[in-house]
Design a protein around this ligand. Structure first.
Ligand code: F6P
Length: 328
């Protein structure tokens, strides 16, 4: 017989994302609504290992729905990757009478949960929170929409100075293994070229396209580069390569960096986080485990978390074609 869930533990883990606080609020308040206790662990799995926690009530999460970052703080715990680390974490969970876990984070967080769930009997549910949007089982992850808007706004600003000086800018955006931010922000900001981890467009094609842009009378250009782009050169090497081969271009580089992870979450992310947080708690109370919540075609659904990690969430390649047509 399934054990009755009386107390849920929650973490935010991995790279932080705008909307994690909104998700935490939803988890804590849903627990309160269903009369279940809720304990938050600081710095993700590391707090579980160290027994660094806080008991959370509905009032503990007041005024955080619009706050960037995560009040529970986040970390990528190396210790949790070890058997000894996970043993310590489990011991603390038992001591605190935690019956189930809600894990807010990306694929690294989910993998940690799956490994832990195989070693110890503790039900868990994942809430996808990462700006990368690189998780299967959901159309959108929490934080992605906000990050996209931050990036588009930033590229618009870069465009102003690029156009004033007739320059070519390489703008590097986040996404080590996934080009969602680069592709969508690239189209949204009207970039001339978009370089992604998923697609090797090649250096020749880049030069050719930039040459064409000049011939067509463009005085300035923006190339959006995902930090893990397939060409394999970093953004500074790319800029040098273009300067060497197309001396008619005055080239500059802008690396947007961690500002993409900050800021107040968009309304979309707040609503998504609220829906996912409630569903996560309800699912765990219904006896579900090893699942993640997701948004598919505007419906909040649950799916097997291990399958989600193993599958890939593909970019929409049609957007590359759209970008090509529109950068004529
Ligand atoms: O996974 C989110 C992310 O922001 C990636 O886009 C980026 O590659 C990585 O985290 C950066 O990690 P860190 O903050 O540890 O430098």
């Amino acid at each position: 017989m399934k054990r009755k869930i009386k107390k849920i533990g929650v973490i935010t883990s991995g790279g932080d994302a705008p909307g994690m606080n909104a998700a935490l609020r939803a988890v804590v308040r849903a627990c309160s609504y269903y009369k279940v206790e809720c304990t938050g662990f600081y710095r993700g799995y590391q707090g579980m290992i160290e027994g660094d926690f806080i008991d959370l009530s509905a009032r503990s999460v007041k005024n955080i729905i619009g706050k960037g970052g995560t009040i529970l703080k986040s970390a990528r715990s190396d210790e949790f990757r070890t058997k000894a680390g996970r043993k310590k974490a489990y011991k603390n969970l038992k001591q605190l009478n935690i019956d189930a876990l809600v894990l807010i984070g990306g694929d690294g967080t989910f993998m940690g949960g799956v490994t832990f769930g195989k070693e110890y009997e503790i039900p868990f549910v994942g809430i996808p929170g990462t700006i990368d949007n690189d998780i299967a089982g959901t159309n959108f992850t929490i934080g992605y929409d906000t990050a996209l808007n931050t990036v588009v706004e930033s590229i618009d600003k870069v465009r102003d100075t690029a156009s004033s000086h007739n320059r070519l800018f390489f703008v590097e955006v986040m996404g080590r293994d996934a080009g969602f931010i680069a592709l969508n922000a690239g189209v949204g900001a009207g970039a001339e070229e978009i370089l992604l981890p998923e697609e090797d467009l090649g250096l020749d094609r880049l030069l050719e396209s930039l040459q064409k842009s000049k011939q067509r009378g463009k005085s300035s250009s923006i190339v959006v580069v995902s930090e893990g782009d397939k060409i394999g050169k970093n953004v500074f090497e790319l800029a040098e390569y273009v300067t060497d081969n197309l001396p008619e271009y005055e080239v500059r580089v802008s690396v947007l960096g961690h500002m993409q992870r900050g800021g107040s979450p968009s309304c979309f992310d707040r609503v998504l986080a609220s829906r996912m947080g409630v569903k996560a708690v309800e699912s765990v109370l219904e006896g579900e485990t090893d699942i993640m919540v997701g948004l598919i075609k505007d419906k909040i659904i649950i799916s097997n978390i291990e399958e989600a990690i193993k599958s890939s969430h593909d970019i929409n390649r049609e957007l590359l074609r759209i970008s090509d047509i529109l950068s004529v």
